[in-house]
Design a binder for this molecule. Sequence first.
Ligand code: RFL
Ligand code: PHB
Length: 394
Amino acid sequence: MTRHRTQVGIVGAGPAGLFLGHLLHLEGIDSIVIESRSQEYVVERVRAGVLEQGTVDLMTQTGLGDRLRREGIRHGGVYLAFLGRRHRIDFEELTGGRAITIYGQNEVVKDLIAARNATGRPLYYSAEQVSIADFDGSHPRIRFQCADEQHEIACDFIAGCDGSHGVCRPSIPADRVCVYERDYPFGWLGILAKAAPSSGELVYALHERGFALFSMRSAGVTRLYLQCAPDEDIGRWNDDAIWSELETRLGMLDGWRPNRGDVVQKGVTGMRSVVVEPMRHGALFLAGDAAHIVPPTGAKGLNLAVADVRALAIALAAHYRQNRRDLLDQYSDQRLRSVWRAQRFSWWMTSMLHRAPGGNPFDYRRQIAELEYVTSSRAAMTSLAENYVGTAFE
Ligand code: RFL
Ligand code: PHB
């Protein structure tokens, strides 16, 4: 058995765990990160693409801004499309100049791994049989196996950054947590394609046949999503069928539609809303998807994860530097306010833009009426814009 000692043991090397390790390093606080997957898997996983200004600012302020500045694409608005027409929501004009930045989650993760490697602080990949213990007492421990060797980390705090299927949240006794949950009766089929984006900005579309989203990663790569069944068999969809469905749902009366190209990745993801309360149990702090999941329609998950660990790093720094406990004590309540605000927005965007299976024509007409309102009333547009460009850090 190899024994380690650190100040903060971090479970999970997604954006939350890696960003926390980075922020703690800048504060001179030691950490060990353990990750159940391989480095390749963590880097290649295709997920989010929309960064709020708070995420961009934090990356820039903490030395992670170089590639983001060169390769990130600033968007000053998005389109909502229905009945064959696109309607632009002008974020910059409605929110006093605020915008979003397109930069893939896997690029964020690459930048964070490079920063971690430069510090020489440990990051264990392919960790097995991960467990946490005694986080209610004074000797929190993380145990895992790596390359057939047993490891035990003794730490002051454990950061549960292990996503929605991790071990940290289920380690909390069930009678001590409240889990608020909502399933949606649909999922997203997503593709990444080598095709030049035919729109400069994202297009969220409601069609009679369901939702579709046009997004991008770079000048040569388009990211697209289709509403599908939550348990959709991707094997049923050849590339031609996917493009043809995308063209049906995204094709506009003015002739606009996505450019076709080679599909380089495809997958299906379910949609859920989850909040775990509280986000702290003794010396265990949950952050990111380990504590909350939002449906991707509001583009909030990654931003919430980054905002959580920023708050946690500030609270841990106050503890180590000034012996203050108050910020650690406030962490859960403070973050839950912002999490619930993002939940409301993500639920609302999802409900407005998806067709429930078996939904009746009344619902569809009501959704169109809502979209007509949102794209014509300045008050309604401003509400969408200010929530979309950023509330994760508030
Ligand atoms: P992650 O990224 O899931 O990372 C958790 C890490 O923990 C590891 N792990 C363990 N490690 C050790 N021991 C264990 N027992 C472990 N169990 C798990 C996992 O392997 C993993 O590496 O969670 P984190 O860091 O909290 O980050 C959250 C974000 O990844 C997530 O919220 C976003 O991807 C959500 N999301 C979006 N968010 C946005 O802000 N903007 C978007 O545009 C956006 N689009 C999306 C999305 C998520 C999507 N999917 C696939 C769910 C689009 C999609 C399609
Ligand atoms: C993406 O580009 O992957 C993306 C964009 C907006 C969303 C979700 C995902 O709401």
